[in-house]
Design a protein around this ligand. Structure first.
Ligand code: MLC
Ligand code: AMP
Length: 492
């Protein structure tokens, strides 16, 4: 099924029903019904077609959350475009790579962000597109899309360093949203508060799609701000909230009476994108009276495993495979591991994409007979609950954003005076982990200058929290760096 057909019961069937309130960080607000969303995206689709876009063309967006992302997504679904969402925190190096790889016709961005786009890339201003769209017809014209039609390239580093575009189809997204709506009992009566970024699959594939698929009401924010979150929950009174662990940890700062009042309304609080410590699960239950439902997913596969809506939401576990998702846990030689033993998690299902954009080798390395190797280490208990135990690679997850140490190490090695570099994740009470750099450096190494240079090239969440000078990096006899033997670093 195409995404449009999946959304039509809301876009066409509930045309007069309020659909979304978007609150900008300056406090101004825009409200739309489902019918208005339908017409806005029809006009935009005509506008994009007038600019020459047609089925299969790539169109990137580099935007903080705003309602125009929904317009772009729906217009893309109508025209059969491949939308390329880009993390708004990315800077020169990351942007250059993604834009060269995806080769979009243009990047849609806003005046405050346009300066980050590398020279030579066509840029379309989001406000200008809106003004132009208003001059076009509000009548729908849509190309036919099916399960196999790609709708998006979402960049992720997978199990290896270089960022690759996962080619996600209409069918992948529909399968994902349908099983979450069914499994988590999302209905048109729900009120969903979204502060997740819409450029990742958590905010987009789970958030936006469960909203448009169920016809519930959405309150969208530009970004999560823990100093304002209590007020948002109190005013909007959501029944549903999806977050990364760092958000739930921040919410624990609320006084107990306010937390209890919020918890009484909150039917469903879902955590994912990074491990939720069992202790936070417990503290949230005590403070809010609401039991977090933890689930597990990836960009390439969307959602795979979830704790049950009814039944025990077991802290520290991710629960059971979602409907139509098969999960196997294999050892180093590819044999299934016994119950309770750890191995690598492999998944298969209609939610799993077929491969990476123009990377047959990386695709062949990660997919086998339709099964995708996740790189995550897991185990299955006798009662089938699945627990994750980390990853095969040294991926760092900070606040739900992924960091590949190698990317930072390579950039460090380009800096004057740096002879060797190793980046590791160090535990952080809010973000889960933060990156710390260990460098073997000549006297000319200038930490302040390196910080500035990295700051202009990388997303802020990738910047090393600290630089530790060491005489040498611990290595095996074969020369491989043994990161676990680096001297521990503690914040001062
Ligand atoms: C953080 N910053 C943002 C931002 N999030 N800026 C713009 N938009 C956002 N969405 C910037 C801040 O400006 C600040 O920059 C720095 O990051 C730290 O922000 P903070 O608010 O002080 O930090 P914190 O309270 O720790 O909260 C961070 C956070 C953020 C939780 C709001 O990490 C976040 O939104 N995480 C969501 C990640 C996500 O959606 N992952 C899904 C991947 S999909 P400065 O310059 O002041 O330091 C996936 C699959 C799956 O993994 O299973 O879901
Ligand atoms: P991404 O590449 O951004 O899609 O990140 C996907 C990765 O996030 C997965 O491979 C996991 O390592 C991690 N992840 C997602 N959900 C969870 C979870 N509930 N617990 C632990 N790790 C998770």
């Amino acid at each position: 099924m195409s995404l449009l057909r999946f959304f039509d019961p809301s876009l066409l069937g509930r045309a007069d029903t309020p659909a979304i309130e978007f609150e900008r960080s300056d406090g101004s607000r825009i409200d739309c019904t489902f019918g208005e969303l339908e017409r806005r995206s029809n006009r935009l689709a005509h506008g994009l077609a007038a600019r020459g876009l047609a089925r299969g063309d790539r169109l990137a967006f580099f935007l903080a959350n705003r309602i125009e992302i929904v317009d772009l997504w729906l217009a893309g679904a109508k025209l059969g475009l491949i939308i390329v969402p880009i993390n708004v925190l990315y800077r020169e190096r990351e942007l250059r790579h993604i834009l060269a790889d995806a080769a979009p016709t243009a990047v849609v961005t806003s005046a405050d962000l346009v300066g980050f786009i590398p020279a030579g890339v066509p840029v379309w201003d989001v406000d200008q597109l809106g003004t132009e769209a208003a001059t076009h017809s509000a009548v729908r014209e849509a190309v036919t899309c099916d399960d196999a039609t790609p709708i998006s390239l979402i960049y992720t580093s997978g199990t290896t360093g270089a960022s690759k575009g996962a080619v996600l189809t209409h069918g992948n997204f529909v399968a994902n949203a349908q099983s979450l709506i069914d499994g988590w009992r999302i209905t048109s009566a729900d009120r969903y508060l979204c502060a997740l970024p819409l450029f990742h699959v958590h905010g987009l594939g789970n958030g936006v799609h469960c909203w448009l698929g169920s016809g519930c009401h959405l309150r969208l924010y530009e970004r999560f701000d823990h100093t304002k979150a209590a007020g948002w929950f109190e005013e909007y009174q959501p029944t549903v909230f999806f977050g990364v662990p760092a958000m739930f940890i921040r919410l624990l700062e609320l006084p107990v009476e306010r937390a209890q009042a919020i918890g009484r309304r909150l039917r469903l609080a879902v955590s994912g994108s990074a491990p939720l410590p069992a202790e936070i699960h417990e503290k949230f239950r005590e403070r809010f009276g609401s039991v977090i439902l933890e689930r597990y997913g990836m960009t390439e596969t969307l959602m795979n495993i979830s704790n049950p809506y009814d039944g025990e939401r077991r802290p520290g576990t991710v629960g059971f495979p979602l409907p139509h998702v098969e999960v196997k846990i294999l050892d180093e030689v590819g044999a299934p591991v016994p119950t309770g033993t750890t191995g690598e998690v492999w998944v298969r299902g209609p939610n799993v994409c077929d491969g990476y954009w123009r990377r047959p080798e990386a695709t062949a390395a990660a997919w086998r007979d339709g099964w995708f190797r996740t790189g995550d280490i897991g185990s299955r208990a006798a009662d089938d609950y699945i627990t994750l135990h980390g990853r095969r690679s040294d991926l760092i997850i900070s606040g739900g954003f992924n960091i590949y140490p190698r990317e930072i190490e390579e950039l460090l090695l380009e800096q004057p005076g740096v002879r060797e570099a190793a980046v590791v994740g160090v535990a952080d009470p809010v973000r889960g982990e933060v990156p710390v750099a260990y460098v073997v450096a000549d006297p000319q190494f200038d930490e302040a200058a390196v910080r500035t240079r990295l700051g202009s090239q990388l997303a802020s969440f990738k910047l090393p929290r600290a630089y530790v000078r060491v005489e040498a990096l611990p290595r095996t006899a074969l020369g491989k760096i043994q990161k676990h033997l680096l001297p521990p670093w503690k914040p001062s």
